[in-house]
Design a protein around this ligand. Structure first.
Ligand SMILES: [Zn+2]
Length: 390
């Protein structure tokens, strides 16, 4: 190897290392520039984001002025306890049996504290802000169905109400809202009777739940009346003592828990709308105002259902009308559908939808309904003659 060749190689190596150094520096510079560029770009993106969100908020304000488009809320499953989700399957089967389609039971978040005698969960669902209702009085409507298990169509009626509320929830407006209104729905108060192959009026233990409420006249009159007036008719047995049944406890506790401003209990087949509660002729002026508004609602509910017949039916020892309406001054409406015929479910819902809607959302300031809780803080009793039976 000669010297000239070696020096050529040496020079080549030096120049190569310089080139690589320059390249490294260049790439460093490039990467710095790159990151700077990136951060600049992201800054400008943030700006854009901020800008677009502020633009959006302006748009939102503008949107609010426009009427909200109708949201067709699809039924989606929610998580319930295993006991409740199994119960929902049972309800679905029964719905298919009666030709009522899907119950959508598993789209609702159910409350469940106690079980029926045979172990089915006694469930209820609420619409509106329950937490808020504990802090400040809200307009509470409680709807009970299936107290008499052989009156099956009322049970579908309660599910129709639930479906209606579900669809309404994303579309609420000033008049129909869940800010001031709480709705409590217990669709199957007496499951042991409803799920029998041949449903019965009384519960599994043979007690008429609507005669088992712990009313003040129960001990003195309930069994006596059952023997004399009903000639010991098994379908109307009030129990051996008041509040002896889980299904009665269930309703009593719902009333205690939610302190409803009104109760609607759906039965069949008497084709009447009955009212129990403070009467217009009541001497106390606080009762008078509540009574006027309760009567107004009674008339409106009838009017909105093709002038459905209002009949002042008497209440009985141990009945809900006596316990809630008479003794606690909670306006209590018993809606007796024309029949228990499972095939008429759509007809009945269409007939009473407006009445139920009016009852649930009627406490707004622009109409005459007043909250009895504000007017009558404590309970009182007045005597009412017991005459005949439903
Ligand atoms: Zn009934």
């Amino acid at each position: 190897m000669n010297f000239a060749f070696l020096s050529f190689i040496f020079l080549l190596m030096i120049s190569c290392s310089q080139v690589s150094k320059t390249l490294d520096e260049a790439s460093e510079k490039l990467s710095f520039f790159d990151s700077e560029q990136k951060s600049k770009t992201s800054d400008s993106k943030d700006e854009n984001r901020e800008k677009s969100s502020s633009e959006k908020s302006v748009e939102k304000i503008e949107e609010k002025k426009e009427p909200k488009p109708y949201v067709d809320r699809k039924f989606t499953k929610v998580t319930n306890t295993k006991a409740v989700s199994n119960y929902c399957k049972k309800i679905n089967d029964k719905f298919l049996h009666w030709g009522w389609g899907l119950s959508r039971c598993d789209s609702f978040k159910w409350h469940h504290v106690r079980d029926s005698y045979l172990g089915d969960p006694l469930i209820w669902a609420t619409f509106g802000d329950e937490k808020k209702s504990k802090e400040k009085p809200m307009n509470v409507t409680m709807i009970l169905c299936g107290v008499h298990g052989d009156e099956i169509t009322p049970i579908k009626f309660c599910f129709d109400i639930l479906h209606h509320l579900y669809k309404l929830e994303p579309n609420t407006n000033d008049k129909k809202n869940f800010d001031d209104n709480l709705i409590v729905v217990a669709p199957i108060a007496n499951p042991d009777s409803f799920f029998r192959s041949r449903p019965t009026r009384t519960n599994y233990r043979g007690v008429d739940i609507n005669r088992n409420f712990p009313t003040k006249d129960w001990n003195e009159k309930a069994l006596k009346l059952w023997k004399s007036w009903y000639r010991s008719d098994k379908r109307r047995f009030p129990g051996n003592k008041p509040l002896s049944e889980q299904e009665t406890y269930f309703q009593v506790n719902l009333i205690k828990r939610y302190k409803p401003d009104r109760i609607i209990s759906v039965h069949a087949p008497l084709t009447i709308l009955d009212y129990d509660g403070p009467s217009v002729t009541h001497s106390d002026h606080r009762h008078h105002e509540v009574a006027l508004s309760a009567k107004h609602l009674l008339v409106q509910m009838s009017k909105k259902a093709q002038d459905y017949r209002i009949k002042n039916y008497p209440f009985f020892p141990g009945s809900l009308g006596n316990y809630a309406g008479n003794e606690r001054n909670i306006p209590t409406y018993t809606l007796e559908l024309p029949t228990s015929d499972n095939r008429n479910h759509k007809k009945y819902w269409n007939m009473f939808k407006s009445s139920i809607d009016y009852a649930m959302f009627s406490s707004n300031k622009d109409n005459k309904i007043v909250s009895f809780k504000e007017k009558i803080p404590s309970s009182s009793t007045e005597d009412k003659k017991v005459e005949q039976s439903n």
